[in-house]
Design a protein around this ligand. Structure first.
Ligand SMILES: C[S@@+](CC[C@H](N)C(=O)[O-])C[C@H]1O[C@@H](n2cnc3c(N)ncnc32)[C@H](O)[C@@H]1O
Length: 298
């Protein structure tokens, strides 16, 4: 059996009882180690907690070496641990399909994900549109395909969850070119960098998906003891020190319910300004009234 086990968001004990029971009976335990991090537990702490060795699975192992992970999984139990939920903003469907093609049974053990825990900022999950990922810009690679999705969400008034890039076990271009297995220290995008990149792309695209004054909420270290929220305009959050990773951002949609706003005001430095920004944003993006087609008299 291949078990895909969600670990939840922060602590070693966030694993579910069913997940822990599955891990304990497995002969090999892999921890997916490139899309997220378990903020309050190291590999060693997990090994002690499970009573098992934990093998770190980087992108290369998962994408090119999945045969190693699936080896003998038709005869013995193998666990593949994913921080959050195995299907929350991560695509491990490929591994599942490969297992199925080899007639290896698969069981999924779900857990909390950033995709649902984000609701603890007070915004209704029902009112979210498409989620986007913000990657680190480089000198010659500044992708902006996410901009169209923000525009679509904002046109119909929905909030946009922005997931921020993390780089774990990445090689520099030079080391890659020379075939040197030297890895850069891990990097996690901050809220301020994400907001700066948002502002830069609005400057170049100019379709007014949002403005510097559009309200947003910064969400840091969800589910940990230092979980923090900060409400502000994109321009203000571009100056915000969000502290240790992990971080996400929500760009507000026009359909911000009064109760959602009340909740967000708790996280604003200047409540009146934030409320005014929300009202101004709603006015700015108010769609033209819908005009029904003329009916023919004859
Ligand atoms: C590719 S997603 C993986 C999501 C994970 N599988 C889950 O279900 O939560 C990773 C990104 O989600 C966001 N994220 C994940 N956990 C978070 C947390 N506890 N607090 C804030 N943001 C988080 C960060 O932007 C991070 O870079």
């Amino acid at each position: 059996m291949l078990y895909l086990v969600g670990l939840g968001l922060s602590y070693k004990s966030d694993i579910t009882v069913r997940g822990l029971e599955a891990v304990k009976q497995c002969s090999r335990v892999y921890l997916e180690h490139y899309t997220s991090i378990l903020m309050a537990a190291s590999k060693e702490e997990l090994e002690q907690y499970y009573g098992k060795e934990v093998i770190l699975a980087d992108r290369e192992l998962v994408e090119s070496g999945s045969d190693d992970i699936l080896h003998d999984a038709d005869k013995e139990d193998v666990a593949f641990l994913v921080v959050g939920d195995p299907f929350g903003a991560t695509t491990h469907t490929d591994l599942v399909l490969r297992a199925k093609r080899q007639s290896i049974p698969v069981e999924i053990v779900h857990n909390a994900s950033v995709m649902n825990a984000v609701g603890s900022c007070g915004l209704q999950l029902y009112n979210f549109g498409q989620t986007i990922s913000m990657v680190f810009f480089t000198d010659n690679w500044r992708p902006d395909s996410w901009y169209d999705k923000v525009l679509e969400n904002r046109k119909i008034g929905l909030h946009t969850l922005v997931l921020l890039d993390i780089k774990v076990k990445e090689q520099s271009i030079e080391n890659m070119a020379r075939g040197r297995l030297i890895y850069e220290p891990p990097r996690y995008m901050s809220i301020s960098q994400c907001c700066e990149q948002l502002l830069e792309i609005e400057e170049t695209r100019r379709s007014k998906a949002y403005t510097p004054d559009t309200p947003a909420v910064a969400i840091s270290r969800l589910g940990s003891s230092t979980q923090t929220f900060k409400s502000g305009s994109i321009k203000e959050l571009a100056e915000y020190d969000s502290g240790e990773p992990l971080h996400s951002l929500v760009i507000l949609g026009r359909q911000c319910h009064e109760l959602e706003l009340e909740y967000l005001l708790e996280f604003a430095d200047d409540r009146d300004k934030f409320r005014n920004d929300v009202v101004a944003d709603q006015e700015f993006f108010r769609p033209a009234p819908w005009v029904p087609p003329q009916e023919d008299d004859d």
